[in-house]
Ligand binder design. Structure first.
Ligand SMILES: Cc1cc2nc3c(=O)[nH]c(=O)nc-3n(C[C@H](O)[C@H](O)[C@H](O)COP(=O)(O)O)c2cc1C
Length: 200
């Protein structure tokens, strides 16, 4: 059966929000894998922390360091995929979409204030990592460089990047049940989300 969402929150938003809520007792429920495409066309995957939705929308927030490789990938190709497995309820969400990078340069971005708010909301320890020595180069022997002065908790440092993920397609697999349940969510040509139950 195909269902239509009139407007506002996408049809997959409430199953995803429900999964987040039901798995909240497990700290790792906030971790998912974000896959990008390298300039050579190869896949690159890593774990990141879900930082919530942008207000009451379908967009997911993540944070990263401007110096990280994923920024190079996203600058050339903003398409990405999230794979998110919830161990308690045994369900997987795969979200395919695009990522908007919001840096210190994007002062006119509608997400500029969101970037600042997100910086203010992360822990002191998390903020500190953005002023650590450059990632992915030979290990720095001066460990003092990993204890720099704490950055201003009000104003994000230049290395701090907000990633805003815009889902275009969602694949929800529920392992519970025999046969398992699987739903595909897609947008039609006028952007209305549709839900289709498919074979697992
Ligand atoms: C549990 C966990 C959470 C992580 N959260 C983040 C995160 O929110 N943002 C981030 O940029 N990297 C995070 N990392 C580190 C990334 O997995 C990755 O090592 C780093 O971002 C460099 O990736 P890149 O070189 O592909 O850009 C996390 C790693 C783990 C294991």
């Amino acid at each position: 059966m195909v269902l239509f969402a009139p407007e506002g929150l996408a049809l997959w938003r409430s199953p995803l929000s429900r999964a987040i809520h039901r798995n909240r007792s497990q700290a790792h429920h906030r971790f998912f894998q974000l896959a990008t495409v390298t300039p050579a066309g190869l896949p690159a995957n890593r774990t990141v922390v879900f930082r919530g939705f942008v207000d009451q929308t379908n967009r997911l927030k993540m944070i990263t360091d401007r110096r990280s490789e994923k920024i190079d990938h996203l600058t050339q190709n903003n398409r990405a995929e999230i794979a998110w497995y919830f161990t308690k309820t045994r369900e997987q969400f795969r979200l395919a979409g695009s990522v908007e990078t919001v840096t210190d340069q994007d002062v006119m971005s509608v997400f500029s204030e969101e970037r600042r708010r997100t910086w203010q909301n992360i822990s002191d320890n998390a903020r500190l990592q953005f002023v650590w020595p450059d990632p992915a180069i030979a290990r720095t022997s001066d460990l003092g460089k990993f204890s720099p002065p704490a950055p201003d908790p009000d104003y994000p440092v230049d290395n701090f990047v907000l990633l805003v993920f815009h889902p275009m397609q969602v694949d929800h697999l529920e392992l519970r049940g025999n046969p398992q349940n699987r739903w595909l969510y897609r947008q039609n040509e006028v952007g209305i989300w549709q839900k289709l139950a498919v074979n697992p």
